[in-house]
Design a protein around this ligand. Structure first.
Ligand SMILES: [Zn+2]
Length: 358
C-alpha cells in the first residue's frame, strides 16, 4: 500500500493493494479511505491485456510449478531473481482517471478452481495509463509519480515475486488452531512483501541503485544512505541484523497501517478453514517454517524472528482478532467436549477392564 499525504485539507490515499492468495475468483483488496476520488468498489476498467512472452525453460520441469524454496532445493534456481525470471505473468493496462482511480493495485494473483481442481492460475501486474484531463492540478504530480513508479520494470518484477509467493503457498493443509491460522495468514502477506523486497535487494546488489527502494521499502534506502546496513557483508551477525531490521519494519507496517486492508480477506479464509483436529499433530511449527523459509544471498534460510524471541508476533487486524477470539472459545469448548467424551470412554473402558477377572 502506498499513501500520499497531500495538502492539509485534501488527503488522498491510493492503495496499491497486492492480493493475498485467493482460493477462487479474482482477489480484490484495495481500499481508499478518505479519498477525494470517487469511492467506487468496482475495479478500474482494464483496457487491454497483453501477454508477456513466456520464458520457456530448457529444463523438462517448469520452475513455477514449485515454490521458490522447492525450486531452490531442486537446484533449479539460486536466487529470487532467477525465480522471477522464470515465472510467467500477464500485464494489464489500466486507464486511470479521476473517476476510476479509487482502487489501484500494482498486481494480483488469481486462482480459479472448482472443488478439487485448479482451472486457472495466473499473476497479473498492472501498467497504469493516466488520463490527466480531469485530475486537479494539485494531484497530477502525485498521480503521475505513482504511475511512473508502478510501471517501472524493476518494480513490476518485484510485484511478480510477491504474487508468486502467494501463488505457491497454501496453508490450508496445516492442522492449526484458529489463532495460529490467523497468525500464519497475516504473516503470509508480510513475507510476500519480504520476497518483493528481496528481489529489489538482489537488484541493488548488482546495480548499486538504492532509489529502487520506494514507498513501503523506503526505510531501507534511508538506512543504506546512512550506512546503517551493509547488504554486501558476509558476516553472519550483520546479515541477521539486516534481516531483522527489514522484518521489524514490515511487522510495524502491518501493525500500523496496511494490515487492515487484508482484514476482510483473512476473516473469509478463517471462516472457510477446516476445524482444528486435536487428534492430529499440531502443525504450527511446520507452517511457520514454511512461511519464513526463503532465499538470502544464494542460501536457503529460515528468517523466523518470532520463535527465536527476536521480534513479537505481529498483531492481527481488528476483525480478524475478534473472530479468532470468538472461534477460540468454540474451539476450546469443542476440544473440551471431545476430551470429556474420551474421558467418559476411558472411564467406561476402565470399568469394563476392572470387571474383568484375570
Ligand atoms: Zn500480497
Amino acid at each position: 500500500m502506498s499513501k500520499f499525504n497531500l495538502t492539509k485539507k485534501s488527503k488522498a490515499i491510493i492503495t496499491t493493494g497486492i492480493a493475498v492468495a485467493a482460493t477462487s475468483g479474482i482477489t480484490t483488496l484495495y481500499l481508499c479511505k478518505d479519498s477525494i476520488f470517487k469511492n467506487n468498489d468496482a475495479a478500474p476498467q482494464q483496457q487491454t491485456t497483453t501477454l508477456e512472452p513466456k520464458v520457456e525453460t530448457e529444463k523438462s520441469v517448469n520452475v513455477c510449478d514449485y515454490s521458490m524454496v522447492e525450486a531452490f532445493q531442486k537446484g533449479l534456481i539460486n536466487s529470487v531473481s532467477d525465480y522471477v525470471r522464470e515465472t510467467p505473468y500477464k500485464v494489464d493496462t489500466i486507464k486511470l482517471n479521476i473517476n476510476e482511480c479509487s482502487n489501484v493495485r500494482k498486481g494480483y494473483y488469481t486462482q480459479i478452481s472448482n472443488e478439487d481442481t485448479i482451472l486457472e492460475k495466473y499473476i497479473t501486474v498492472n501498467f497504469i495509463d493516466v488520463d490527466t484531463t480531469e485530475i486537479p492540478e494539485a494531484l497530477k504530480k502525485m498521480v503521475l509519480k505513482f504511475a511512473k513508479q508502478t510501471n517501472d520494470s524493476v518494480q513490476q518484477q518485484s510485484v511478480v515475486a510477491h504474487e508468486a509467493f502467494h501463488a505457491t503457498h497454501d496453508y490450508s493443509k496445516y492442522n492449526l488452531k484458529i489463532q495460529e491460522r490467523g497468525n500464519i495468514l497475516n504473516l503470509e502477506e508480510i513475507m510476500a512483501r519480504f520476497i518483493e523486497f528481496s528481489y529489489l535487494r538482489e537488484n541493488y546488489k548488482v546495480t548499486g541503485d538504492s532509489t529502487i527502494f520506494k514507498s513501503n521499502f523506503s526505510f531501507y534506502q534511508y538506512a543504506l544512505r546512512r550506512g546503517e546496513i551493509n547488504p554486501q557483508s558476509t558476516d553472519s551477525t550483520e546479515q541477521r541484523a539486516e534481516q531483522l531490521f527489514v522484518l521489524e519494519n514490515l511487522f510495524n507496517q502491518s501493525n500500523q497501517n496496511y494490515g487492515s486492508i487484508y482484514d476482510k480477506d483473512i476473516v473469509k479464509c478463517l471462516k472457510e478453514a477446516k476445524d482444528y483436529n486435536p487428534e492430529r499433530p499440531n502443525q504450527y511449527q511446520e507452517a511457520l517454517d514454511d512461511v519464513f523459509k526463503t532465499i538470502w544471498d544464494g542460501k536457503l534460510v529460515n528468517v523466523n524472528p518470532v520463535s527465536t524471541g527476536e521480534l513479537e508476533m505481529p498483531t492481527l487486524p481488528e476483525n480478524t482478532q475478534t473472530l479468532v477470539n470468538c472461534l477460540t472459545t468454540r474451539e476450546e469448548y469443542r476440544i473440551d467436549s471431545l476430551k470429556t467424551v474420551q474421558d467418559t470412554t476411558n472411564l467406561f473402558l476402565d470399568t469394563q477392564n476392572s470387571g474383568n477377572i484375570k
